[in-house]
Design a protein around this ligand. Structure first.
Ligand SMILES: [Fe+2]
Length: 235
């Protein structure tokens, strides 16, 4: 993780610094697949950070994630899911319960995977899991959460319903398992398609500004400009 804007969850208080960044983002990497779970601090009308956070892909131990954030005075207000694979959703249920019933947002085209432990692979790993979703999202839809305007970009390929979330006001993109640093997501799981994946990245993600910072579901940060030049799968 190279971007100084990325604040480590467990040293968050020490590193919350100043207003020069457009969004304050924390992360923790956890679970069987070393999944990156992110939280984004909300902003008020003046652009100042609030104590509310949006959580992206709670990979596991939602109870622990909640208590660590609450211990820093941060309250989870919404959960966003990039796709339905087990290593991105195992923490949802416990996080929702701990936070007192926060809404879960997920891609409509991922409905089947989120409701089927065989499709989302959680059954294979011994902890069958489904997710109750409160708001289904579609391609091109814009939602406002915790003061951030978020554009939903449907990027089928890793899974049929994979969605990326673009925070235009902050120049950041959460890419799930669609786009990685100089790599792309696997397509050999149910509903995957390599041709769709490449088309999604080329025709949707690479249209974003070069300086958009990409926060992937696994591995290091990157940027759209870097991937346009150096990603061997799409450039
Ligand atoms: Fe995945």
């Amino acid at each position: 993780m190279k971007d100084p804007r990325l604040l480590r969850l467990f040293s968050y208080e020490d590193e919350v610094n100043n207003m020069k960044y457009k969004a304050e983002i924390g992360y923790v990497t956890l679970g069987l697949c070393a999944t990156n779970s992110y939280f984004i601090r909300g902003i008020d009308e003046a652009g100042n950070p609030t104590d509310e956070v949006i959580f992206v892909d709670p990979a596991d131990r939602g109870d622990l994630l909640y208590s660590k954030l609450a211990g820093k005075g941060l309250l989870v207000k919404a959960i966003l899911l990039t796709h339905g694979h087990f290593d991105h959703i195992w923490g949802v249920d416990d996080l929702v319960k701990a936070a007192g019933g926060v809404p879960v947002y997920a891609p409509l085209a991922e409905e089947r995977m989120l409701s089927n432990p065989d499709d989302n692979l959680s059954a294979d790993y011994g902890r069958p899991c489904t997710v109750k979703v409160d708001s289904w999202l579609q391609d091109g839809e814009e939602i406002i959460l915790c003061g951030h305007r978020i554009r939903c970009i449907h990027t089928p390929g890793h899974t049929e319903g994979s969605m990326c979330y673009y925070f235009e006001d902050a120049d950041i993109l959460f890419s799930g398992d669609t786009l990685f640093e100089e790599s792309v997501g696997r397509t050999d799981f149910p509903t995957g398609s390599s041709s769709q994946l490449i088309r999604s990245i080329r025709e949707k993600l690479l249209l974003l500004p070069d300086d958009t910072v990409v926060y992937p579901g696994h591995g290091d940060l990157t940027s759209i400009g870097h991937e346009r030049r150096y990603n061997p799968f799409v450039c």
